[in-house]
Design a binder for this molecule. Structure first.
Ligand SMILES: [Zn+2]
Length: 312
């Protein structure tokens, strides 16, 4: 601060002291509110879950169309690619005698201010199950919502740079056996030992009781404090669905985070309880709960702010 600015500061403080004191209530314990563009989140979901995307099955023209849209959005946001290119093409073998299928991950990076060479990998799969018996499975919440969240997260952290780098990964072929996550960890695009943790987002657009789960702290209890007191209205954040051998569903193996967990990399998975539209033709954009969805994205951003500061 320069000497000449001091009198101004004193004046400002004097003015502030005349204002009524803030009410001492529970609200002061709330995390700062985060701005996200709810309209843009919904536009991304509507585009990705449109019939023209033909259910975004890996290796299909519909999947390629979805990829082109995500790529265009990455560029609009100003998200730089990881290394030379956004695209990470890979192949995998389907069930039975099916020939090799191709998939392509899209990788962008928000560079960390103090630990540029350390990465929190933020994942959301963009593929879905395609067309079955002539009916398009749009996969609005599985997982157009997660991909829309990726864009909002990238946009936020480009404006408010994190200390640890964020690898923003829109993964392909999750529905075919978490193939995109496998391909990413097997590739030379990122060294496994440079990955601090994985934050996976898959289905965050609706819940009748406004409950969002953060799953994984059973395996990685050191992550618990980062998730306390961060829920953004109307979201209620609960921990769980990660304990093996109980009556409550264990989601540890259910999405891309399983691959990171298998490699010994800590993860937190954000998602909702199964809903009746899941993997049916009725998982459409019109059924997304706009306010809950935006609250879930803001909650995940607050969690990431903590992880990016505290995970090294
Ligand atoms: Zn999914």
């Amino acid at each position: 601060m320069s000497a000449s600015s001091r009198p101004l500061l004193v004046t400002a403080l004097a003015v502030v002291s005349l204002l009524p004191a803030p009410k001492p209530d529970a609200q002061t314990a709330q995390p700062p509110s985060i701005n996200v563009d709810t309209g843009q989140l919904m536009r991304d979901v509507v585009v990705l879950a449109a019939d023209e995307m033909e259910g975004r099955r890996a290796g299909t023209p519909g999947g390629a169309k979805a990829r082109a849209y995500i790529l265009q959005r990455f560029k609009e946001i100003g998200l730089p690619p990881l290394g030379e290119s956004y695209e990470q093409p890979f192949t995998f073998s389907g069930r039975g005698d099916a020939p090799l299928t191709s998939g392509t991950n899209l990788l962008g990076v928000v560079k960390g201010t103090t630990r540029a060479d350390r990465f929190i990998v933020v994942t959301a799969h963009y593929d879905h199950v395609g067309v079955r018996s002539g009916q398009v499975f749009n996969g609005a919440d599985d997982n157009a919502t997660g991909v829309a969240a990726l864009m909002a997260i990238a946009g936020h952290f480009l404006k408010h740079p994190p200390e640890t780098s964020l690898l923003i990964a829109a993964l392909d072929a999750e529905e075919r056996g978490v193939q995109g996550a496998r391909a990413l960890l097997a590739s030379d695009r990122i060294r496994t030992d440079a990955i601090v943790m994985n934050v996976n987002i898959d289905m965050i657009g609706r819940d009748a009781a406004n409950v969002l789960y953060a799953s994984g702290t059973y395996h990685y209890p050191a992550l618990k404090p980062f998730l306390q007191g961060i829920a953004q209205p109307p979201v209620e954040l609960r921990l769980g669905h990660d304990v093996p051998g109980t009556k409550v569903e264990d989601w540890t193996s259910d999405s891309d985070h399983a691959v990171f967990h298998g490699a010994g990399i800590p993860f937190i998975y954000f998602g909702v309880e199964d809903f009746e539209n899941h993997h049916t033709v009725t998982d459409d954009a019109a059924t997304i709960q706009r306010e809950f969805f935006a609250g879930a994205v803001r909650t995940i951003i607050v969690a990431l702010e903590g992880f990016a500061e505290g995970m090294k």
